[in-house]
Design a protein around this ligand. Structure first.
Ligand code: 5GP
Length: 184
């Protein structure tokens, strides 16, 4: 049960969360990314693939900032379970439906942590022989990378702490918080 201690701090399951990135900052950065993607993909009719579950809110906001004809699809992978540490064991839960051969594919992630999910996704996408594969993530724990990661568009680099909100969960809740919070 989520309750407001102060206007800014939230306590859930006895854990304290404080704001890290405000709604306004997310909105402004998403608009910048959308503009950049619009320029980079002009004339290309890309397909944006949302990585579920965490990516659903960022995806919804990002596509509305892209002024192009585009398609959307969804893929679901699992690596964390209910824990706060990446298990390193990434598995596919739901694949995309669209035919990706010769398509310009842009994967939309909520957060890149160890980079193992991104590596898994990049290998999976390569099997479909797309014309191009790029990645956009709202958040990047750069210092945490366990594998070499190339991310084409990054919203915010963040420290190595557990974050929630704006799609990201803690024990499957808190995804609906409109801003990004960090565990104290
Ligand atoms: P990676 O494979 O890069 O280690 O982890 C990627 C996935 O782990 C993300 O898509 C996300 O589901 C989860 N994850 C990584 N860091 C965090 C975090 O700080 N908070 C939450 N809620 N999930 C995270």
């Amino acid at each position: 049960m989520l309750n407001n201690r102060t206007e800014f701090e939230r306590v859930v399951y006895d854990e304290k969360f404080r704001p890290l990135i405000t709604e306004k900052q997310v909105r402004e950065r998403t608009a910048e990314l959308g503009k950049q993607i619009t320029e980079d993909y002009r004339g290309l009719h890309p397909i944006l693939i949302c990585v579920l579950n965490g990516g659903f809110i960022f995806m919804a906001d990002l596509v509305r900032q892209i002024e192009l004809d585009l398609e959307v699809d969804f893929i679901r992978i699992s690596s964390y379970g209910d824990a706060m540490k990446s298990s390193g064991n990434v598995r596919l839960v739901k694949d995309v439906n669209a035919e990706l051969k010769n398509r310009h594919v842009l994967l939309v992630e909520d957060i890149v942590d160890t980079g193992l999910s991104l590596q898994f996704l990049s290998e999976k996408m390569a099997e479909y022989d797309p014309a191009s594969i790029k990645f956009v993530t709202l958040l990047w724990k750069k210092e945490k990378a366990r594998v070499e990661t190339h991310i084409d568009y990054v919203g915010f680099e963040i420290p190595d702490s557990f974050v929630v909100g704006y799609g990201l969960d803690h024990k499957q809740i808190l995804r609906n918080l409109p801003a990004v919070y960090v565990m104290d």
